[in-house]
Design a protein around this ligand. Structure first.
Ligand code: MN
Length: 209
């Protein structure tokens, strides 16, 4: 059985960027619904219920074809939300990155006056704003250890396509509508303030070894 990964902080931890009301609905209703639906779909397949959600998404060939899209949708959303909620933190932004990880930002410019980081923010925002409809923005690690920004629609993720995500931003309306209404750009600009860079850098380190 798949279980709902608990939030690693209180509902109010991300205020005022993301309200307790948004977090409670987003985690306890939206995220939980994907977990429940996934368990329901896979009830006749106990061997699939024993996998982790990451394993399941990386072994979609093991899923009967008539269920595959439903599994991509629900397991995809479980994985995406797990990474999303686990990549955030409240309080003052500290940009706590390892040197090795921060070096990867140099592809976007000089580290002088943190131009490289600001260009990353600009490109990330652009990806979020140009994702038509529901979807996700990602930071992934390439096989050579470099990092890249990607975006996906609906429940899709780079993980399904053999890549290694270390950070994601939910741009489904349910992630921001209560707090920002239709102003997705405002949500994105504020999102940078709640990224847990220490955790993202840890994921980077685990992948590059
Ligand atoms: Mn969501």
């Amino acid at each position: 059985m798949f279980t709902l990964q608990p939030l690693p902080y209180d509902y109010s931890a991300l205020e005022p960027i993301i309200s307790a009301k948004t977090l409670e609905f987003h985690h306890d209703k939206h995220h939980a619904a994907y977990v429940n639906k996934l368990n329901e779909i896979l009830t006749p397949y106990p061997e699939l219920l024993e996998m982790s959600v990451d394993q399941l998404l990386q072994n979609l060939d093991a899923v009967p074809e008539n269920l595959r899209q439903a599994v991509i949708n629900n397991a995809g959303q479980v994985y995406n939300h797990n990474l999303y909620f686990d990549s955030l933190q409240g309080g003052e932004q500290t940009y706590e990155m390892s040197e090795e990880f921060y070096k990867q930002f140099d592809q976007w410019g000089s580290s002088e006056n943190r131009q490289n980081y600001y260009e990353f923010e600009r490109l990330w925002s652009e990806a979020g704003m140009t994702q038509f409809g529901s979807g996700w923005v990602w930071l992934v690690v390439n096989p050579d250890g470099s990092i890249a920004i990607e975006k996906t629609s609906n429940a899709d993720s780079p993980l399904i396509h053999g890549k290694k995500p270390i950070l994601t931003m939910d741009v489904w309306e349910h992630a921001y509508y209560v707090d920002y209404q239709n102003k997705r750009n405002e949500y994105i600009q504020n999102f940078f303030k709640v990224i847990n860079w220490k955790k993202v850098a840890q994921r980077y380190a685990e992948i590059v070894g």
